[in-house]
Design a protein around this ligand. Structure first.
Ligand code: V4E
Length: 275
């Protein structure tokens, strides 16, 4: 089926979030050339690429938000569009959810592996503050041998009998089967990314998933052990500029995906307070 005029192939013509937390949102569509970016940019945005290159393991602090055409207008006014790209994600876990029950997310994006693991509390007090409940904070690991070692620790008893050591490889997926890892979710996202004039190190992403959900995120990458408070502050400041007044965490793409397509896993993760 061909997409509507001006849309990226694979995207539906428009997405409407009819009502989320009791609010009605206007439809919003991410079109192929909505900002000054002339064509789709395949490489990561400058902010993320530069910072990720500097720190092998970074912590991603982010706040998701729901957006409509007014929010986008504000972002276009106070920000600079730095990328429009499309990527396909595949997420993997054991059949009994050994990774996701620990809030650990193994994914392949554009043939590269990434592992997201939760970190300690944001404010260090153990008491969730308002920002903490709105924000998430995950370690991002992109080195495949390290991902493999961590995953092995998490799922020890799920590995095939007699399988002591496997060598993970980008080209050969057999390590997944040997560790009993199966793909439980896959979808394509179209993302517009912005940086903010006058606010260093903050990226705003507007994501539209091909299963009919769109969500924004304000994101700051911090080197491990870096200043989380400052990242929180930047996110809070940016949220203010966008006029956001979220009072609770907004659902990410995965939460919505699991609810719709993997209800058993969704219910299990919900009961375990992972989602
Ligand atoms: C950490 C996590 C998941 C992995 C995907 O993370 P997310 O940031 O939602 O995806 P995406 O595509 O924006 O990744 P990016 O390009 O920024 O690296 S799936 C579920 N979680 C946990 C989680 C949670 N419990 N609550 C919220 C609001 N988000 C994520």
């Amino acid at each position: 089926m061909s997409p509507g005029p001006g849309l990226i192939p694979g995207m539906a013509a428009s997405r409407t979030v009819a009502s989320v937390y009791g609010r009605t949102l206007k439809p919003y569509t991410i079109s192929a050339a909505p900002c000054e970016c002339k064509t789709r940019i395949e490489r990561p945005s400058p902010v993320k690429a530069d910072i990720a290159a500097l720190f092998q393991m970074s912590v991603e602090v982010e706040q998701k938000f729901l957006f409509n055409s007014d929010t986008v207008k504000t972002i276009e006014e106070i920000g600079v569009c730095v990328g429009l790209k499309q990527f396909h994600d595949q997420y993997f876990d054991t059949p009994d959810f050994k990774l996701t029950l620990r809030d650990v997310w193994l994914r392949r994006r554009k043939q590269s592996w990434e592992l997201k693991c939760p970190t300690a509390t944001v404010n260090g007090t153990g008491e969730p503050g308002r920002e903490q409940s709105l924000c998430t904070q995950y370690k991002e690991i992109t080195n495949l041998p390290e991902i493999y070692q961590r995953v092995k620790e998490f799922i020890k008893d799920a590995c095939e009998d007699g399988e002591t050591e496997v060598t993970p490889s980008d080209e050969d997926d057999s390590w997944l089967g040997k560790m009993n890892l199966r793909c439980f979710a896959e979808f394509t996202t179209t993302r517009r990314s912005f940086t903010l004039k006058g606010e260093q190190g903050v990226q705003i992403d507007l994501d539209q998933a091909d299963f009919g959900y769109h969500v924004g995120e304000i994101e700051v990458l911090v080197p491990e052990g870096g200043d989380m408070q400052s990242a929180q502050e930047k996110i809070r400041h940016t949220a203010q500029k966008l006029g956001l007044n979220e009072e609770r965490r907004v659902e990410g793409k995965m939460t919505v995906y699991l609810k719709r397509y993997r209800p058993e896993q969704y219910a299990t993760l919900l009961s375990a307070h992972v989602l």
